[in-house]
Ligand binder design. Structure first.
Ligand SMILES: [Zn+2]
Length: 131
């Protein structure tokens, strides 16, 4: 299952960040998921539970931030929404090859508990795509 290997990558990244911040426990994980990323939120939630079991992220909340697909039309110089990945400009009918967003699959932020039990939000400024 694609979602399972994806979640394993999320787990690696989340655990690494959490330990870098001296966290004792991960309380919540927020992911940005583009509408064209090709993953099912339901399958992601299932994979999350499976993959996070027996780690410091066991029982953490999974927050999914949906990112709608948006293309850019250069003749019009305008971005336009592209539900379903259909990048045909609604103004001039040109097929755009520039997808501005919609394929995101990234770790947005972590909420962790430090050894003291204080909740802290850890945000990654430079978001990178998962392999
Ligand atoms: Zn156009």
């Amino acid at each position: 299952m694609h979602e399972l290997s994806l979640m394993e990558a999320v787990r690696e990244q989340a655990l690494e960040q959490a330990s870098r911040h001296g966290a004792g426990r991960i309380v919540a994980i927020t992911l940005r998921i583009g509408s064209l990323a090709g993953v099912e939120p339901e399958a992601l939630r299932f994979a999350f539970t499976v993959v996070m079991a027996d780690t410091m992220a066991e029982g953490a909340r999974l927050v999914i931030e949906a990112v709608p697909a948006v293309c850019f039309c250069s003749p019009c110089g305008q971005p336009f929404p592209a539900p379903g990945g259909n990048c045909e400009c609604p103004r001039c009918g040109a097929i755009s090859l520039e997808l501005l967003q919609g394929r995101e699959l990234e770790l947005r932020s972590l909420e962790v508990e430090e050894g003291s039990g204080q909740p802290v939000v850890v945000s990654e400024s430079s978001a990178e795509d998962f392999p």
